[in-house]
Every structure is written in structure tokens, then in C-alpha cells.
Design a protein around this ligand. Structure first.
Ligand SMILES: CC(C)(COP(=O)(O)OP(=O)(O)OC[C@H]1O[C@@H](n2cnc3c(N)ncnc32)[C@H](O)[C@@H]1OP(=O)(O)O)[C@@H](O)C(=O)NCCC(=O)NCCS
Length: 232
């Protein structure tokens, strides 16, 4: 057996496509066990990642091995300020269906998760109700007028392929595309107890800017930022 781990440049890097969707969901579950979205189930995750296929604001890339298996993914948006609204506006029906299915298969867990993030439920409901209203169009247009701040929403690498530069390559692809598309900075949030990820970002010169005052699912979250104008 060849025990040598392939290096980052032995993988193919491509934009996400529908063919990758199932593997991205499976990799998300593997990379984020017990996390909030993972607990909402694979159908919900499938709806979330399908947004990246259909939305002009999305930035999403995957790393693929010679055998066609995914080893990593990165996903986010050129406009962090409108990400959730865009997601809720476009995908509320399949999200509701996925949530309904989860409610049937895991009622106690699903009710607990919904109760835990009433703020998100409220944001979803108000976005859906205000869809197409003048107020909503004005808010979206306002956020379009400023140079957008991109948001790196998630990144994951298959455990057996870690520490070979795949994560760094994917995050660089993300940052390069955000810069090309006119963003002046990129932000991301990570749980304070996710020490490997924090070392990863800090090693690539992401700067810590804020910590949440509230703890979500047992940990505060840290926001990191990268100014793109500083990058060559
Ligand atoms: C964070 C993650 C994407 C990093 O992917 P990766 O492919 O292993 O990262 P790289 O090999 O490109 O690492 C680049 C550098 O980051 C740092 N780094 C990466 N993982 C680290 C770890 N576990 N501990 C300390 N430093 C680490 C190192 O400096 C590393 O360089 P080196 O290996 O030459 O020392 C991966 O660990 C992962 O999928 N984690 C689970 C999901 C997650 O937490 N995502 C981030 C939150 S959104």
C-alpha cells in the first residue's frame, strides 16, 4: 500500500458543480460532527450547499482526487451582509421541507435546534414576508452600493488529507476570487474552541477582529478578517 499522502498540487481544483453536491454534504458532516447545521441533517445541508450552485453571489470551490473523490471544499459569498437573506429568499421552500422531514425523523432534536436559534427563524420569516417589498429591495440595493465584504462560510478537508496544503490552496482560491470580484475584505467566523482552524487562519495572516458576547452551542465565536488591498 502506498502510505504517501498526496500533496496539495496533486489534486484538481474546480468550481463546485451539481455533481459534487452529495460529496460536499458528506464531507461537511465529516468535518463538522455535532455542529448545528450538521444536526439539521443531510437534506438541510443539501439545500444550503445547492444555494452555491445557483447564486451569482456565491464563491465555492472543491479539491478532487484522481479517483474523483472530493478531498476538500470552500464555500462563501461576495456579500456577507446579504448572504442569509439571499439564502432564505431563494431556498425557503426546500429548507422548510427538509426541516419538516427532520422533524418527523428526529422530533425532539429538531424542536430543540429550532428553539435554540429563534433569531434565525425570525430572520427567515421576516425575509420571506418582505420578499419583493420596496423596503426589502431598498435594503438589498443599499448593500450593493458599497464595496462588498466577502464571507468565507465554510471550509473542510477530508481528515486523511489534512496538513498537505489543501486547505491553504482552497482558501487562497476563495480570497483570489473575492478580490477579482471587487471585494475589499473577507471575514469568517470560527468557534473559539476550534483550535486547529484558528491556527490555520492565523498562520495565513487572518486577523482576529471580534468575539461574540454570547456563546452558541457551548462556544463563543471569533470573527477573523483579511484586508484584500494588503494582499499582492
Ligand atoms: C482547518 C482545515 C480546513 C485545514 O485544512 P488543511 O488542508 O489541513 O490545512 P493546510 O494543510 O493547508 O495547513 C496550512 C497550515 O495551517 C496550519 N494548520 C493547519 N492545521 C493545523 C492544526 N491542526 N494545528 C496547527 N496548525 C494547523 C499549519 O501552519 C499548516 O501548515 P503546515 O502543515 O506546513 O504546518 C482542516 O483542519 C479542517 O477541515 N478542519 C475541520 C473543519 C473546520 O474546522 N473548518 C474551519 C472552520 S469553518
Amino acid at each position: 500500500m502506498d502510505a504517501r499522502m498526496p500533496s496539495w498540487n496533486e489534486y484538481r481544483y474546480e468550481k463546485i458543480s451539481r455533481d459534487h453536491l452529495q460529496q460536499v454534504v458528506a464531507l461537511h458532516e465529516q468535518c463538522f460532527p455535532g455542529y448545528y447545521l450538521t444536526q439539521l441533517g443531510p437534506s438541510f445541508l443539501g439545500v444550503m450547499y445547492a444555494w452555491y450552485l445557483e447564486s451569482p453571489e456565491a464563491i465555492a470551490h472543491v479539491a478532487v482526487g484522481e479517483d474523483g473523490r472530493l478531498v476538500g471544499f470552500v464555500a462563501g459569498t461576495v456579500n456577507g451582509a446579504t448572504y442569509r437573506k439571499s439564502l432564505f429568499r431563494k431556498a425557503w421552500r426546500p429548507m422548510l421541507l427538509a426541516l419538516g422531514g427532520r422533524l418527523v425523523s428526529k422530533p425532539a432534536l429538531t424542536l430543540r435546534l429550532v428553539a435554540e436559534r429563534k433569531d434565525l427563524v425570525w430572520q427567515a420569516v421576516s425575509t420571506i414576508l418582505r420578499r419583493g417589498s420596496g423596503e426589502e429591495r431598498e435594503a438589498m440595493a443599499g448593500s450593493d452600493r458599497e464595496p462588498p465584504t466577502a464571507s468565507l462560510v465554510s471550509i473542510g478537508v477530508r481528515p486523511s488529507a489534512r496538513r498537505s496544503g489543501v486547505g491553504a490552496s482552497l482558501s487562497e482560491l476563495f480570497v483570489a476570487e473575492a478580490r477579482e470580484r471587487g471585494c475589499e475584505r473577507v471575514t469568517l467566523s470560527v468557534r473559539a474552541d476550534n483550535v486547529p482552524a484558528r491556527r490555520f487562519y492565523e498562520g495565513m495572516n487572518w486577523e482576529e477582529v471580534t468575539r461574540s458576547s454570547k456563546s452558541y452551542h457551548g462556544s463563543v465565536s471569533i470573527t477573523y478578517q483579511k484586508e484584500l488591498s494588503d494582499e499582492q
